[in-house]
Design a protein around this ligand. Sequence first.
Ligand code: DGY
Length: 307
Amino acid sequence: MKPPVFLHSWVPDAILEDLRSRFEVDHVDVFETGILPPDEFARHAEGKHGIMVLAAPVGAELMKASAGTLKVVANVAVGVDNIDVSAATEAGVQVTNTPGVLTDAVADFSIAMLLAVGRRMIESDRYTRAGKFQGPSFPLFWGATVVGETLGIIGLGRIGQAVARRARGFGLELVYHNRNRVDAAVEAELGATWLPLDELLAAARYVLLLTPLTDETRHLIDADRLARMRRDAFLINVSRGPVVHEAALLDALQRGVIAGAALDNVVLTPHIASGTVETRHAMVRVAAENLTACLTGAPVPNPVNKV
Ligand code: DGY
């Protein structure tokens, strides 16, 4: 009998076919259904040996209820904040993720966000579409300079380093903050200087958040930290939303604590940093490889926990 698995994800046909040849597949295409409510998710997960999951929370209760049966939760993302990893470890469930395949897409997007917010692309687009542009007008939508400005990256991991390489091409000075400094050789290659968080916030014109969401980073950027930023600074959050205290950010924007005092100087995107055709296919492929490896006894390419 084929091991039963639950795929809570969009899955391209070729990968679905491959998984169906190995497993008894229960597939919910979340692109069509949206993320299932927890009770429905739990119903689908019941008795399954593997779960491939996009975005839905997989908590301690489900891990406990599935202990002994469930072997793997293959996340279709690099961030695993939707999964209770320590409960998984306790229940002997392997958690995997999809590092690497989205690095370039997210790094490109980070630069796109920086340019869009600094050069006021969204406001200008809205203004022009509204038919307000009456011909050349000199002081119109003046934005921020990029070349020679300082970019502060909070979270200089794989993606942060890819952004840093791109940033050099834009003539940005680079400072970063990580709990642990990266190797001196990497700092030298990137021309990146480590700073304590508060010093970074005070120095950077552009502050880019690329940190995972953990108990430590939740609300890392709160009212106090926003107040430490330059008044002409831009905050670019490409990490999970709760890394920033949303109400504090709104207040800071409204009061001009950081640049973009008006709300229309904010660029909002629907979680598409890794959203290229190639990257999203690769993420599902990697998640499927992780799921398959766990259930066939092969070496697991991207384990998150040790079981
Ligand atoms: C990730 O990999 O964590 C991304 O947020 C998915 O889009």
